[in-house]
Design a protein around this ligand. Structure first.
Ligand SMILES: Nc1ncnc2c1ncn2[C@@H]1O[C@H](COP(=O)(O)OP(=O)(O)OP(=O)(O)O)[C@@H](O)[C@H]1O
Length: 278
């Protein structure tokens, strides 16, 4: 079984030295992973002895606020780097890459749907998506896509009216911006898709519609390899939409203290979804 993600003996804290700058609104990181790790005296945010996700899986990860969900996703995206341990994404040890190599790897292989979308507000929907494709095609073999043949059909598939394709993002509704966020994450046909609480500002119907769109796109009609989906949220009502469900505090020792903070997590009854290999 091929693994999309494999973590061994990972620790991470925000006070582990100058190597881990907080992510910018564009999701880039400053600094390099080269050189020896600095040891923090603070309790780590993440302490993960072992965790893995098979390729093609649609995995839902839940955890209380502050338990480290976004930090974990940022490490998997190569935006943050761990203090220790190994992080393999699609078989590549991204914790051994330089910041530039991680940026390139992310542009080529990883789609990220941010909690706050991180779209460029004065650009149109089409141009936001085009820009993501431009970055990826500059970084390596990803092809440049055509607005007419690829971007506009994708926006149509996501239910965004054509009248809105050329309007600045800040004139679109929140739900429309979230769907543009999906289109941007998918435009380079990523093998790994990371989604950080992307439905937090949607009502129930829009939320279910959003997740259905996401899982349909991950099924990759034109490819034999499904996109692996890692979707994090504190809202366990979303769990039935996914193949597998993980509680962050089950594999992140450092999140144990956050468990009792969130009654939604503690009420979750779907533990039969947990995997054996954790
Ligand atoms: N840039 C930062 N600098 C210092 N500490 C941070 C930073 N970002 C997050 N933290 C701390 O790290 C811990 C984990 O934060 P993280 O954002 O990963 O949690 P989360 O589970 O995604 O939370 P939420 O569900 O509220 O978004 C929290 O205690 C938070 O205060």
């Amino acid at each position: 079984m091929s693994l999309a993600v494999e973590i061994e003996n990972l620790t991470f804290s925000y006070n582990q030295g100058k190597r881990n700058a907080a992510p910018t609104s564009h999701g880039s990181a400053e600094g390099s992973v080269e050189g020896s790790a600095e040891v923090s005296t603070e309790s780590p945010v993440l302490d993960i002895p072992h965790w893995s996700v098979p390729q093609g899986q649609k995995c839902f990860i839940f955890g209380a606020s502050g338990s480290g969900k976004t930090s974990l996703l940022n490490i998997l995206a190569g935006i943050l780097t761990p203090a220790s341990g190994t992080v393999r994404v699609l078989g590549e040890p991204i914790n051994q890459m330089s910041a530039r190599q991680r940026d390139k790897f992310r542009a080529q292989h990883t789609g990220y749907i941010f909690q706050q979308f991180n779209l460029i507000s004065y650009l149109t929907a089409v141009d936001n998506i085009k820009l993501a494709n431009h970055f990826a095609s500059q970084q390596g073999p990803k092809r440049k896509v055509s607005k007419k043949q690829t971007i506009m059909p994708l926006l149509e598939r996501l239910g965004i009216p054509s009248a809105d394709w050329h309007r600045p993002i800040n004139q679109l509704s929140v739900g429309q911006q979230q769907r543009v966020g999906i289109a941007r994450a998918f435009i380079n046909q990523p093998k790994l898709l990371i989604a950080d609480e992307p439905t937090s500002s949607l009502d129930t119907a829009a939320r279910n519609n959003f997740i259905n769109l996401l899982t349909q796109l991950c099924a990759n009609d034109n490819s034999d390899q499904q996109t692996t989906l890692l979707f994090v949220s504190h809202d366990t009502q979303l769990a039935p939409h996914f193949d597998h469900v993980e509680a962050l505090y089950d594999f992140n020792i450092a999140a144990d203290n956050c468990q009792s903070d969130n009654s939604t997590d503690n009420n979750y009854q779907g533990n039969e979804h947990k995997r054996e290999h954790r």
